[in-house]
Design a protein around this ligand. Structure first.
Ligand code: NDP
Length: 481
């Protein structure tokens, strides 16, 4: 073999290796930073339960994203999660939602929800409990037991109320300690209460308590409030609200219910005799299930690219308070959601997921099943309660609620799903704790929602923390055994 021929063989050999490597790295990089080409849709072969735009969370960020994605023609599913509607559900009047002079937080959510649904967005009454973002298409696993392949994901999970982590907080949770004045204020008629925090939420909680409580002490840990000037003004105008600065909570004291709070005020320990403690000390981002796959900042918020909502992975976007510790406004969250939906649409276009192609997947798209739903009857008065609950042959799930309590509304589909699953083996009723004060007092209801399962006229289980469908089902099954 001549030298020229052997050189050609070597060149061809290395050429093949180079080409092979190029193809390998091209396919790999398709999911890490560069556009995914049409051929990537091959990865959907044999898969069902496909969702082109999967949105996790149903506050202003998630619903605005749903509006844009669905209007853009994409099959869009919103997994609304346990706290459907997000933080706006616990807000009363919102005066800074652009274009609207004044509107209740829950009404803003209601409007956004129905607007997104008008364009075809599907709102699943289900929560994503686990994700696998290690390869594309991304997988989501839900509380109802569904497993979904998402072409794009928009994370809009918001943030959960921060806790003090001081002695007594956990012990007296739902026995005087709460984070929701709009829900629980009616239990504190003529009582002395404390609100902890110096932001807009604390100011709002204090104002929500005014029609009920005798006195409201607002404990601010520093020398000034960070609430908007207008909110501070409103707080100062109410004689029953007393603001204490430089007050750092130390311990919550009580017997069967909260009786006092100890705080260091200007460095001296002081006891405040109170019956209710309302926490309004900010929120922590809900990122637990994503942390393993996506980059977070030092404060634990999911990060995104500087000019888009894209996270550290292609095709996954983030919107609202789960990524924003600076602005934390409903309007900003909505804007984030819109940007995330536009980013997701661009990704799908780059992928070649255009109308003609999407049509091929119609029968493989995910449609959440609503499941068998049972009824939750309203019970009014002690005679009706005795008949429906205490004399029932079947166990009865009782939800104590108050008007304007968003988490009470969120719990209803959970209860009716469980009743539906168990056929006639269990019944469910709801009792307004404000209009049925005697019943609420007899069963020591100091926070809503409070869920009690009765069997043979006695309390079998009492639940103060929010429950998922599966958790409540397991609890009821235990009672039935
Ligand atoms: P913020 O983060 O604005 O305020 C939290 C408050 O809690 C601060 O005063 C903080 O003190 C205090 N705090 C934090 N940790 C502790 C602790 N361990 N002990 C005692 N105090 C503590 O949260 P908000 O929930 O009030 O507001 C979040 C966002 O939502 C804001 O952007 C707000 O403007 C917005 N919002 C708007 C409303 C409206 O427009 N109607 C209503 C409610 C909220 P410090 O200042 O010393 O850090």
């Amino acid at each position: 073999m001549s030298f020229a021929v052997s050189r050609r063989v070597v060149v061809i050999f290395f050429g093949v290796i180079l080409l092979g490597s190029a193809i390998f790295f091209y396919q790999k990089r398709a999911l890490h930073g560069l556009p995914i080409e049409h051929s990537s849709l091959d990865m959907l072969a044999g898969k069902k339960n496909i969702v082109p735009v999967a949105i996790i969370g149903s506050g202003p960020a998630g619903l605005s994203a749903a509006l844009y994605a669905a209007r853009g023609g994409y099959h869009t599913v919103v997994f609304e999660g346990r706290a459907a509607g997000g933080q706006l559900m616990t807000t009363t009047w919102v005066e800074n939602w652009p274009g609207i002079q004044k509107k209740m937080g829950p009404d803003i959510i209601k409007g956004l929800r129905s607007q997104a649904q008008t364009f075809g967005a599907i709102i699943a009454s289900d929560a994503v409990t686990r994700v696998d973002f290690s390869s594309w298409p991304y997988q989501l696993f839900t509380e109802d037991g569904d497993s979904i392949y998402a072409l794009t994901v928009i994370i809009a999970t918001g943030a959960a109320p921060r806790l003090l982590n001081i002695p007594g907080e956990r012990e007296f949770w739902a026995k005087g300690v709460t984070t929701c004045a709009i829900c629980d204020a009616p239990f504190y008629k003529n009582s002395d209460v404390i609100v902890i925090g110096g932001g807009d939420s604390a100011a709002e909680e204090a104002l929500q308590l005014v029609p009920y409580a005798r006195s409201i002490t607002l404990l601010v840990r520093s020398g000034k409030m960070r609430a908007a000037a207008a909110m501070q003004e409103r707080v100062r105008a109410v004689p029953s609200i007393h603001v204490v600065y430089n007050a750092v909570p130390q311990r919550i004291i009580g017997d069967t219910h909260v009786t006092a709070l100890e705080a260091l005020v200007d460095g001296t320990l002081k006891t405040f005799p109170v019956e209710g403690i309302f926490l309004a000390i900010g929120h922590v981002p809900a990122t637990d299930i994503f942390k393993e796959f996506l980059t977070c900042d030092d404060l634990g918020y999911l990060t995104h690219a500087s000019h888009t909502q894209e996270t550290s992975k292609r095709g996954i976007y983030v919107a609202g308070d789960v990524t924003d510790h600076r602005y934390r406004q409903a309007g900003v969250a909505a804007g984030d959601g819109i940007k995330a939906a536009l980013d997701a649409s661009e990704f799908l276009r780059d992928l070649g997921f255009v109308d003609a192609v999407a049509a091929r997947y119609t029968r493989k798209l995910y449609e959440p099943s609503s499941g068998e739903q049972g009824s939750v009857a309203l019970v009014e008065g002690t005679a009706a309660f005795r008949h429906a609950v205490l004399e029932s042959e079947e166990p009865v799930i009782v939800e104590f609620f108050t008007e304007n309590c968003p988490s009470c509304v969120q719990l209803l589909p959970v209860i009716s799903w469980v009743v539906g699953q168990l056929g006639g083996a269990v019944k469910a009723v709801k009792v307004n704790a404000t209009t049925n004060k005697a019943i609420a007092e007899e069963y020591a209801v100091a926070k809503v929602p409070t869920l009690i399962i009765f069997r043979d006229g006695k309390i079998a289980v009492r639940q103060k923390d929010p429950l998922s469908k599966r958790e409540l089902l397991a609890l009821v099954k235990q009672v039935l055994e």
